[in-house]
Design a protein around this ligand. Structure first.
Ligand code: ADP
Ligand code: ZN
Ligand code: MG
Length: 483
């Protein structure tokens, strides 16, 4: 579609994010929430919806949901209530989902996302608790052409649903919103936020309108966006599709569509399947939820430091650049690593550099997370102090770092074993003299005012000392000899 036509329309997007809370047990029973257990291992009469079984609210899940709501600046209501959302589907053995409906846990929050060097505030309409459905398995079995299987381990796992206002205006903003939301939630510790394992899932509501129009267009809901990439691709596709419909004088249907990864497009779900009347009514087996001011205050007082605050503090305390502070606070684990290294005596600026270059690159190559780093923060600090003292050069430091990463040995041991210590002043003096004596032509050039050849001398000395001489000493010595 031509950029001219696209530019005449404005996308409007609202995201619905489902987040699995990090509890040991399910929302209304004592079954384990462990991921990857043998199918149907973690089930009981409550989460299998057997008649007569009664739900009991998991207190830990409620606390986590409140923490998530407070981190998103939402108002947590004193009173909220679960309702039954009725529909029939094999992954829902009770015949209804227990979810908060007219009385959600929290409303009116917001999240600030980075946008073109500034920030934009995206409203959060509501945050409520609900139980997850089971997992239908349509593929991967010898008889998958005829039969489907169901794993009820996930059934009853605690979720919060976080619904945004239709404040998002482009696929890039949607991406920034989801990234920032994930980052904040990961910092709070309420969830693993793992899209691959399904602990963070996202549906997108999309419409388009002519620029200048103040009424919203009809929206479609796009499901199955299980990665950041799919979210962006699906939105780009869906926006163009709707513009195409409007440009050919059609009408956008209000419908639910699925992102097909294989086809690279959104496709309508069979509409009957989703023509729902959920017949919500209050859950009679559970009491309303009460959240006291005291409980909110207690949860707030234990709130971990969130990304914005941490970034600001890093800037203030460690005098690193805003860029470095941004990268180092991408995840809480990375920020903790950096701070632990500094607390163990690493100079902040070099710690910031070494972590972003050497460490992240090697971790990435090895497919490892920061938490699995073979070099502990204190071990990195030791290496950086050795370099700072001038005992070894930065270039040798990189070699030592590589060995540390491979073996897990401390820097001091590697430096001693491989005798990588920096070479003495006397040796540097000798190497400099040799290079000067062997290159009378270049000495003449230098003396005639060609400063460029100085680099040549430094290079020769560094090569003769295999990069282990202190660059300052080499510079000083050469200047003296050449003057
Ligand atoms: P529904 O009743 O269909 O569930 P809601 O009003 O509850 O719709 O909104 C669900 C989501 O859709 C929210 O994230 C909201 O921001 C978003 N949304 C609502 N209207 C529009 C629209 N016209 N275009 C895009 N998104 C919208
Ligand atoms: Zn159970
Ligand atoms: Mg809704």
């Amino acid at each position: 579609m031509s950029p001219g036509i696209l530019a005449r329309y404005e996308p409007v997007i609202g995201l619905e994010v489902h987040l699995q809370l990090r509890t040991g047990t399910k929302l209304f029973c004592a079954c384990s929430t462990r991921f990857g257990d043998p199918p149907n291992k973690n089930t009981c009469p409550v989460c299998l919806g057997l008649p007569g079984a009664l739900p009991v609210l998991n207190r830990g899940a409620l606390d986590l949901a409140i923490r998530a709501a407070l981190a998103l600046h939402a108002t947590v209501h004193e009173r909220s209530r679960f309702a039954r959302k009725n529909y029939f589907y094999p992954d829902l053995p009770k015949g209804y989902q227990i979810s908060m409906y007219e009385m959600p846990l929290a409303t009116a929050g917001w999240l600030e996302i980075p946008l073109d060097g500034a920030t934009k505030r995206i409203g959060i309409t509501r945050l409520h608790m609900e139980d997850d459905a089971a997992k239908n398995l349509h593929e991967g079995f010898p008889d998958s052409d005829r039969n489907s299987y169901i794993d009820y381990n996930r059934c009853g796992v605690p979720l919060v649903e976080i619904v945004s206002e239709p404040d998002i205006r482009s696929p890039e903003e949607a991406y920034a919103y989801l990234t920032t939301l994930k980052q904040v939630l990961e910092y709070t510790g309420v969830s693993d936020c793992n899209m691959e394992e399904g602990s963070l899932r996202c549906d997108a509501n999309v419409s388009v309108r002519r620029r200048g129009e103040d009424k919203f267009g009809t929206k479609a809901e796009v499901k199955n966006l299980n990665s950041f990439r799919y979210l962006q691709h699906a939105l780009e596709y869906e926006i163009e599709r709707q513009i195409g419909v409007l440009e050919s004088s059609g009408r956008v249907e209000q419908e639910t569509r699925l992102w097909s990864v294989a086809a690279g497009r959104t496709e309508p779900m069979r509409s009957k399947e989703f023509a729902h009347d959920y017949r919500y009514f209050p859950e009679p087996d559970l009491l309303p939820v009460h959240v006291s001011e005291a409980l909110k205050a207690e949860i707030l007082s234990k709130m971990p430091e969130l990304p914005d605050a941490k970034r600001a503090r890093f800037l203030r305390e460690f005098q690193i650049t805003p860029y470095d502070a941004g990268v180092l606070t991408t995840t809480r684990a990375l920020a903790d690593y950096f701070e632990a290294a500094v607390n163990a005596g690493a100079p902040p600026k070099s710690a910031a550099n070494w972590i972003q270059t050497e460490l992240l690159r090697r971790l990435n190559d090895a497919g490892k997370e920061i938490a699995e780093s073979p070099i502990a923060p204190a071990a990195l600090a030791e290496l950086l102090r050795i370099i700072e003292r001038g005992q070894i050069t930065g270039a040798s430091g990189k070699k030592v770092f590589a060995k540390m990463f491979e073996t897990g040995d401390p820097a001091s041991k590697i430096v001693a074993a491989e005798s990588i210590g920096q070479i003495s002043e006397a040796e540097i003096e000798r190497a400099c003299r040799e290079v000067v004596e062997k290159n009378p032509d270049n000495v003449a050039k230098y003396k005639a005012g060609n400063d460029g050849v100085f680099k040549f001398f430094v290079g020769q000395v560094m090569r003769a000392t295999r990069g282990q001489a202190s660059p300052q000493l080499v510079n000083g010595t050469l200047k003296r000899l050449l003057s």
